[in-house]
Ligand binder design. Structure first.
Ligand code: S3P
Length: 170
């Protein structure tokens, strides 16, 4: 694959953007960058603490700036935070200049994974019904990704192999 485009993983919290992204990066032997991890490193604070102490708006501004900066790289595997693709500037940049993969799961699977997650403020401050609404609303935006990857029933390794096949054919 000669493309210099970044491979960008998008999707809900708990969809495996970091773990599957990391498997894909190893299989392709290219560097992996996790945007949430970069934000935490830059601010020296866990995401939960950033939300608690500075608020969501502050987090979203930092998330936009760091995501756009990371996207200036060439040919990396990048996993975004679950809300980043909803940002208009991030969304436009990815659609125009990168290859994006939406990791799509049944909402029940996502709910089970995130409902008791203490490291995800959006998950622990929302009720089950609110989370279902968030999943449905975000799915409309996620569906703009270049590739929709249906993950249900597959192992992470199988999902990664499906992505590699799509990437090679891109
Ligand atoms: C968020 C998802 C999180 C993190 C933050 C907000 C969201 O990332 O960026 O808690 O709005 O969906 P993960 O999708 O990696 O959990």
């Amino acid at each position: 694959m000669k493309s210099k485009k970044n491979l960008v993983f998008i999707g809900m919290m708990g969809s495996g953007k970091s773990s599957i992204g990391s498997i894909v990066s190893k299989k392709l032997n290219i560097e992996f960058i996790d945007v949430d991890y970069e934000i935490e490193t830059k601010l020296g604070m866990k995401i939960t603490k950033i939300f608690e102490e500075k608020g969501e708006k502050y987090f979203r501004n930092i998330e936009e700036a760091i995501t756009l900066k990371i996207l200036k790289n060439k040919k990396k595997v990048i996993s975004l935070g679950g809300g980043a693709f909803l940002n208009k500037k991030v969304n436009k940049e990815i659609i125009e200049n990168h290859i994006s993969f939406w990791l799509n799961w049944d909402f029940k699977t996502l709910l089970n994974r995130i409902k008791n997650s203490h490291k995800r403020p959006i998950a622990f401050k929302s009720t089950k019904n609110e989370l279902i609404k968030i999943i449905n609303n975000r799915s409309i935006v996620y569906s703009k990704a270049h590739y929709k990857i249906d993950c249900e029933g597959l192992s992470k390794n199988e999902v990664a192999n499906n992505i590699l096949n799509m990437y090679e054919a891109h």
